[in-house]
Design a protein. Structure first.
Length: 514
């Protein structure tokens, strides 16, 4: 009936305007009005996606607040979403636990999923999603249970642009890409704050800020996160990920992983994370930048994220990763690499994930720890392990005392040798760096012993690893140049500009001319 009416109006030369509930469709521009109160707005939202989600524009006005009481999963094509208003997930925990879309990876769930091609979302600094997470945080008090819905998931998408958008108090991960290609995110803000939690208690675990999996050519710029878990997590099969200008307040910093949890290839490659502020918040800032892989065996797990079954024994590689220009203010640890996730005490050093061409460059600031070692590397003993060669990577304070730290992984000529290294120094110039950073043997001369570790500063209790690289000595610093082969050409922007969002003024002028 609606279609026939539209055709007839067109034939008569009249403007085509359709109404479906609180959705106004004007020349393939759908404006959605909220029902008000706690009435479910999802039927109207889905109607707009259906009517204007293929070649059209969808508008959520700034003065509208939408109640999301049921799950939704639109598939869109060549669409622009002018998202100035706010979506708020309902506080019906029972509904979401029983009806959210199941996600096999780590036994998670989603409440809102977007699929499709050539999608532009602009929040204009006012639009976004409130996940109503405090209902969950207070109910579970730090003991995360299954069924929490992710509020903003991209699944099976390509050519996507998201700008000036926020996710507030997500029940689980804030922004999650699962099978995405050619995506750009800019000016994204994610905040998970448990208002009822005592100061110093973390009730917001699993509220990651920005996660990627099965993702290629992803760009994230100007990202701000506050929460209690990974600020950004690069998960299995993520390639050509370019991230710049990030602030992380609280949580776990920037993570590569975890990888190898499942019996599958979990490789990642060509990752750049640059210009990052790591800021302690709520007495909680565990890491700054770290890599984590699972052990190379199926090990029984009790966590709900493993669904109570054995996990691990995955394989693959981590290649070409650059962490650079980090300002660390109070993290509990400097950069680290661990390959023993999921271990029960019997499988340390068995990970099947190889690591090569990883660099931590120009880290400054301070870490909040009493340990004498501020950074650790724990590599697998398997045949695919790369050797480590020391190179000045950053200068960082331990409880406000400056320490120089050296970490650099390069491909091994003999990959059968294990290489574990963690080095620190308390001697530095005014800018925290030694004059040349390297001696003839490629190690620093500012307090390191022959084995590359600070004298009297290492113990097994502090997880400092005593074995070091057997790489050949180098004659000068150039021989330790970071061998990352990523270039700007590895990131391919969307092949075409997504449909441009029409401003209200432009739309009014266009309609006046009809």
């Amino acid at each position: 009936m609606q279609l026939r009416a539209s055709v007839l109006l067109s034939f008569l030369g009249l403007a085509s305007v359709g109404h479906a509930g609180n959705v106004e469709n004007n020349h393939n521009v759908c404006t959605v009005r909220a029902n008000g109160g706690h009435q479910d707005d999802v039927p109207n939202i889905m109607a707009a996606f259906k009517e204007c989600g293929n070649g059209g524009t969808i508008i959520f006005p700034e003065d509208q607040s939408y109640w999301i009481a049921t799950r939704l999963h639109p598939t869109l094509k060549d669409v622009a979403i002018e998202w100035r208003g706010k979506w708020t997930f309902s506080d019906n925990l029972t509904y979401w636990r029983n009806n959210s879309y199941p996600i096999a990876f780590q036994n998670h769930h989603a409440g809102f999923i977007i699929s499709g091609d050539n999608i532009t979302i602009n929040g204009y600094g006012t639009g976004g999603i409130d996940g109503n997470g405090n209902t969950w945080y207070t109910a579970e008090k730090g003991d995360t249970q299954p069924g929490r819905p992710m509020p903003f998931v991209f699944w099976n998408v390509s050519e996507v642009i998201v700008d000036s958008f926020y996710v507030k108090d997500p029940p689980l991960w804030s922004v999650n890409i699962m099978n995405g290609t050619n995506m750009r995110f800019n000016n994204i803000y994610c905040n998970a704050t448990a208002v009822d939690a005592p100061w110093g208690d973390n009730w917001v675990q699993n509220t990651d800020g920005f996660d990627t999996m099965d993702a290629t050519n992803i760009q994230l710029t100007n990202f701000v996160y506050q929460g209690g878990d990974d600020c950004i997590a690069i998960k299995p099969r993520s390639y050509n990920i370019d991230i710049q200008n990030v602030t992380c307040r609280g949580g776990n910093g920037i993570a590569i992983g975890s990888l190898g949890q499942y019996l599958e290839d979990s490789s990642v490659a060509n990752i750049r994370v640059d210009k990052v502020n790591i800021i302690r918040y709520n007495e909680d800032m565990h890491n700054s930048a770290y890599l984590k892989t699972w052990v190379g065996a199926l090990v029984p797990q009790s966590s709900y994220e493993s669904a109570g079954v054995p996990r691990g024994d995955g394989w693959g590689s981590i290649r070409n990763v650059l962490f650079s220009n980090f300002n660390v203010q109070g993290a509990s640890a400097g950069p680290s690499i661990s390959q023993d996730s999921g271990d029960n005490g019997s499988y340390a050093g068995t990970s099947k994930m190889s690591i090569s061409n990883v660099a931590f460059v120009n880290f400054t600031g301070w870490v909040d720890t009493e340990k004498s070692v501020v950074s650790t590397v724990s590599c697998s003993e398997g045949p695919s392990t790369s050797k480590a060669r020391s190179r000045k990577a950053f200068c960082i304070e331990r409880n406000r005392a400056m320490y120089s730290v050296y970490l650099h992984l390069i491909p091994s000529k003999d990959e059968s040798t294990t290489a574990d290294e963690s080095t620190t120094s308390d001697e530095s110039t005014e800018d925290g760096l030694t004059d040349d950073g390297l001696t003839d043997d490629g190690l620093t001369d500012d307090g390191l012993t022959d084995d590359g570790l600070i004298a009297d500063s290492v113990s097994e209790d502090e997880h400092a690893l005593a074995s070091t690289s057997e790489a050949s000595p180098v004659d000068n610093q150039d021989d330790c140049t970071w061998e990352y082969n990523y270039s700007e050409n590895d990131f391919h922007p969307p092949r075409k500009q997504a449909t441009k969002v029409e401003s209200s003024d432009a739309r009014a002028k266009r309609l006046a001319a009809v």
